[in-house]
Design a protein around this ligand. Sequence first.
Ligand SMILES: [Zn+2]
Ligand SMILES: [Zn+2]
Length: 348
Amino acid sequence: MSMPPAASGGSMRAIRFEEDGAHLIELPRPEPGSEEIVVQVLAAGVCRTDLHLLHDVKAGRRKALVPGHEIAGRVVDVGRDVYRVRVGDPVAVHFEQPCGRCRHCRRKRTNLCEEGHSLGFDLPGGYAEFVRGGQGSVLALPPEMDLAFAATLGCSGATAVHAVVAVGQVQEGDLVAVVGAGGVGLSAVQVARTHQARVLAVDLREEARNAAKEVGAERTASPEEFMDALRSMAGEAGADIVVDLVGTAESLEQSRKTLGVGGRLVVVAGGDDTIPVSASGILFGGRAYLGSYSSTMADFATALRLAEAGKLRSVVSRRARLSEAPDILRDLEAGRIVGRAVLEPLRT
Ligand SMILES: [Zn+2]
Ligand SMILES: [Zn+2]
C-alpha cells in the first residue's frame, strides 16, 4: 500500500467516547517524545472491550477517551532516540505502554505493570488518523501483510496466546474448551490447534460457531449443549483447559463444571459475577483457577509469528470508515459481527 507521506503538525480526525456517545472530532496530531513514534493508523480493530469502555464513559465511571487498542499502520514520525523502526515502516502497535521499571516489568510481566498506561484506555488509541506509542510497543511487519489482520494481533491474537499458551500452558492432545467465539475466541481456537490440542468452541450464535469450525474447532456447541458436547469428546474426563471469554456467573459455573481433573480454568473476561468454589473441589481435582490479563510483547510477537507462518488466520470480517465506528459498535453489541470489524481511517 502506498500513500503520500502525512504532513507533520496540524490536526487529525478521531473518534472520542463522551458521555453522550461516540463522536467524530478533530484533535491535534500527536508529536513523538524522544523514544516515541507516531503511526498513521491504517487499521484499528473494534473489540468488545471498547463497548464496555463506551458504557463506562456514558455512565460517568470513566473520563472521555479515544478508544482503539488493536492498531496497525505506517510510521510517520520518530523521536530522536528511536532506533527500532524508521519512518515508512509498516508496524503493529501493542496497546500496553509499560513503565519498564516496576517489579512486574523487571520480570517481563509487562501486562501487570503497576505504573503503565494503555492506548485506547488512558492514552489516546487507534480510532484516529494518528497514534503515538513507545518504540518498545511496536513490531515491524512483513511488507505483504494485511494491516487489518495485523491490527487484530494486538488484542485478539496476543490475548489468545497469553490465555492459551502463557497461562493455560496448553499441551499436545489437550482438550481445550473455548467459551465465547468472538475475535479473541476464534484466535484462541487457532492457537490451541497449533499445539495439536482438540478444541470445543462454545457460543450462543450459530454464525460464530460456524466461524470457529472454519478455523479448526473439532466441535462446536451452544451453551446448553456444552456439557453434552464435552462428554462426547472426553467422556467423564472433562476439559484440560477451559478458556472463559464470557465471564458471567452462568459461563463460569459451566466452565467450572466441565473442567477435568488437573484442568486449568482460564478467565479472560469478567465483571462482578461470582461462583462458589470449594477448597476440596480445587484440591482433590488438582484444578487451577487462573486469570489471564491482557498480554505481553512476547505474546504479541508469538501471534505475529503464527500469522506469518499461516497458522493464525485473519478473523477480520468487516472493514469500515472511521466515521462508521458508532454503527460498528451498535452491530457488535447486537451480536451482528462475527470475528472482528476493523476501522480503516483512509477508507473513503
Ligand atoms: Zn481487546
Ligand atoms: Zn511497569
